[in-house]
Write a new protein. Structure first.
Lengths: 269, 279, 244
């Protein structure tokens, strides 16, 4: 059986500048998995994200999506059909003047049937709660709404793999919860998710975590396992949940602390 | 030296697409040497308030009843690296003092001082600012404002987009600045933990209205009000409250973060001695 | 109220196909360009007034449009007064005014994206010579880009003012100040352009490939009727000129 998503010794070097590249990353993703890639800014996360969806071609090694290779130009369109990427600044990817036309953009690239387009757009509007904002201008939406729209844009194309880069940046707590919930739900429809960020707290529901430092993958395991090694995680530049950070700073090492309640119990029984 | 605002209102109205942040009758007072937090959700008017104080926006009504003299207020906008245009970090930082018509010897001194104050590796002083990491760029932008030697430093969401190392580096720089100079600080952010680490007084601004103007200790007693406004207490303060509710003997030395840490350390040691703890 | 923006309303003209409205404006502009008599231009002005009325556009909009282009109009008038009889000069003034008013009318009754869609459909016959689809896409993108860039420019200007930039200062400072505004804006624009291009590619956009559309302008009977009437008006007008 064909492996769905594979990175085979993939490397990428930015020509000229000293910007972080990616070095010999290996990855094998099962369908329906939630993978988190953690790393400080500049660790190569964004580069890797682009390598995963075909926007960048590897300098060496191969990236394969559903059997298609990203370095083959003729195969790129099949790859784009299967992978959707949502970037860090949603306003930089909006192409239309109204929310519904924005969602329609991707579908319009696939079919000429107005009916199909209409149905798909309506489905996405419903799923992401954007019906009331159908005719609003994307740039006038709030941060959380923009994020929802950028997700809807991709979701409407029903990709098998969705890649998100810092999806919760600049969102208030209410919006963060909503988006996290929505992303976690993707698994129920068999879609895979790769979530790039620098904080563990937001990806605690991930099936697996990779840690990147200076372009290399230095660790792989579960979120719980990573939380049990706060000193090492900190050294790698990863943002710990506040309770974990404080527990670590206070010298509580016997057990892993992941939230406020556990910390309270640890400090005062 | 102080700044006083009386009943400032700013109303942009809907200028086509962009929702501008309005201010509704905001009054406050800032003294030199004070470190004040402006806490509020994203888009609550914090940026607008900072710009009014910096003299960059004129209020629709109300006034700066005590205006700071020209050039004494330094404002660092959100994502300040957007304003980079020079070929090297040095030139970028020198821009502000040059605009102040200072002799070039003085400009150089200022640049050196500012870049040292933000802890930027001297090896990076001659590179293009665009080649630095996000955290370093933030510090360079801060240096650019500091080099103008303002008496009041206004920071607009300085931690947005920073990862843990960048965040810690910035906090350390600001704490050192506070300790070594008598600069007045007004920091606007939606991150209560960052604010708690730097300030003693907190103003809560939501929807353009100033709801609270108190110390952190005072804020700790208003958790419900905060929650209704969509905000949270700094984690340390919240933790101390939970501990207090669980019966721990917490004293109220909570106005400053050092106090909160001292409390927690004390409890930790007490818990250890209690033997049923985990150590 | 901007004199060149879409003016939301439910008039007869708002509901018409954008191609028809383009045709009306082309017809009107052709008449304006071929009519040399003052009386003729005055009559055309009344027709344009009728268009504004039936589109529920306020007269102020027309006035504002002319004000926007006042220098152009003034220079035209003065040049022509200098080189010919006053009657001709005013006729030319009205000619220019009519064209400007017609354009403003068009932009008032058609939403920009619909306008671009209409333009694309009209240019369809030329698709072998011109990259019609891409032109439409680029126009649409530029339209959403532009306000963003304006906003970014505002932010950058504010930031540089906070660093002491004063554009009224002496030359050397002025130039540095301008660079401090222009370079960051340029960088921001390039960044955005790259980001949008990548996002579009990743969502399957292939320049030149056939695409669907959520909304396609629908040509209705009323549009045919209006088109025929416009054509008749133009023919009668010309016919009348030749008779005289």
């Amino acid at each position: 059986m064909e492996r769905f998503f594979v990175l085979d010794d993939v490397s990428y070097c930015y020509p000229g500048t000293s910007k972080a590249g990616v070095c010999q990353v290996n990855l094998d993703l099962e369908p329906g998995t939630f993978l988190a890639v953690l790393g400080a800014n500049g660790s190569g996360k964004s580069t890797l994200a682009r390598l995963c969806c075909g926007l960048l071609k590897p300098s060496s090694g191969r990236a394969l999506v559903g059997g298609y290779a990203t370095d083959q130009d003729e195969e790129l369109k099949y790859i784009y059909e299967q992978v959707g990427i949502v970037f860090q600044h949603p306003e930089n990817q909006f192409v239309a003047s109204t929310v519904e036309r924005e969602i329609a953009f991707g579908v319009e690239n696939r079919t000429r049937s107005s009916q199909t387009i209409r149905t798909a757009v309506d489905e996405a509007l419903s799923r992401f709660g954007l019906n009331a904002l159908k005719t609003a201008q994307p740039q006038s939406l709030s941060g959380g709404e923009k994020r929802l729209l950028s997700l809807a844009d991709i979701w409407v194309l029903k990709p098998k793999l969705i890649i998100v880069d810092e999806p919760l940046a600049m969102l208030d707590p209410g919006a963060r919860k909503r988006i996290t919930h929505l992303l976690a739900e993707l698994k129920t429809t068999g879609q895979s998710l790769i979530w790039f960020t620098h904080g563990i707290a937001e990806v605690s529901a991930a099936d697996r975590v990779l840690v990147m430092v200076d372009g290399r993958v230095v660790w792989s395991g579960t979120p719980a396992a990573l939380l049990a090694m706060p000193a090492q995680a900190s050294a790698w530049g990863i943002t710990l949940p506040p309770a974990t950070q404080i527990a670590f700073d206070l010298g509580i090492t016997k057990r892993a602390i992941t939230n406020e309640n556990e910390l309270v119990s640890a400090l005062w029984k | 030296m102080e700044i006083k605002l009386a009943d400032i209102s700013v109303d942009f109205g809907r200028s086509g697409e962009q929702k501008e942040e309005a201010l509704k009758k905001v009054s406050l007072r800032l003294k030199a040497g004070e470190a004040v937090a402006l806490l509020g959700p994203i888009g609550s008017g914090k940026s607008t308030l900072l710009r009014v104080i910096a003299g960059l926006i004129k209020p629709v009504s109300g006034s700066l009843s005590v205006k700071p003299p020209e050039g004494t207020v330094g404002l660092s906008i959100q994502e300040p690296q957007r304003g980079f245009f020079a070929e090297t970090v040095r030139e970028e930082v020198a821009f502000g003092p040059e605009n102040q018509d200072l002799p070039s010897a003085e400009v150089d001194l200022r640049v050196d001082w500012a870049l040292t104050a933000v802890n930027l590796n001297p090896a990076k002083w001659e590179v293009s600012p665009l080649h630095l990491s996000g955290g370093e760029q933030r510090r360079v932008a801060l240096a650019a404002t500091l080099a103008m030697k303002p008496r009041f430093l206004l920071l607009d969401e300085p931690t947005i987009g920073l990862d843990s190392p960048g965040y810690q580096a910035l906090t350390a720089v600001l704490q050192k600045l506070k300790a070594e100079t008598d600069i007045g600080l007004l920091v606007a952010s939606h991150d209560p933990d960052f604010l708690y680490a730097l300030t003693e007084r907190v103003l809560v601004l939501v929807g353009g209205k100033l709801y609270v103007d108190t110390s952190w200790g005072g804020l700790a007693g208003q958790e419900e009000v905060l929650a209704s406004l969509g905000l949270q207490l700094p984690f340390l303060l919240s933790l101390l409250r939970r501990l207090q509710e669980a019966g721990a003997p917490v004293e109220s030395t909570q106005d400053r973060i050092d106090g909160a840490w001292a409390e927690l350390s004390r409890l930790r040691r007490a818990g250890k001695k209690g033997a049923t703890g985990d150590e | 109220m901007n004199s060149l923006n879409y003016f939301p309303a439910d008039s007869y003209w708002h509901l018409r196909d954008p191609r028809l409205k383009l045709l009306v404006v082309i017809g009107g502009t052709t008449l304006a360009l071929t009519e040399n008599r003052l009386g003729g231009q005055l009559f055309l002005l009344i027709v344009v007034g009728g268009l504004y009325l039936s589109a529920q556009l306020p007269w102020k909009r027309g006035w504002r449009t002319l004000l926007t282009f006042r220098w152009l109009l003034l220079i035209t008038l003065l040049l022509n007064l200098w080189t010919g009889p006053p009657v001709t000069a005013f006729a030319y003034l009205l000619r220019l005014s009519n064209i400007l008013l017609l354009s403003s009318w068009l932009l008032g009754v058609t939403e920009t994206l619909t306008f671009i869609a209409g333009l694309e459909l009209l240019l369809h016959p030329f698709r072998r010579v011109l990259p019609v689809g891409e032109i439409a896409m680029v126009l649409g993108l530029a339209l959403s880009f532009f306000p963003l860039l304006l906003e970014e420019a505002g932010e950058i200007m504010l930031a540089q003012r906070a660093r002491g930039v004063n554009l009224q200062a002496k030359w050397s400072k002025k130039i540095r100040g301008l660079l401090a505004m222009v370079i960051p804006l340029f960088i921001a624009a390039l960044r955005r352009a790259l980001a949008i291009a990548q996002a579009m590619e990743a969502r399957g956009y292939v320049p030149g490939a056939p695409r669907g559309a959520l909304y396609t302008p629908q040509w209705q009977k009323k549009d045919t009727l209006s088109a025929v009437l416009t054509l008749l008006l133009v023919l009668v007008w010309w016919g009348e000129k030749f008779v005289h």
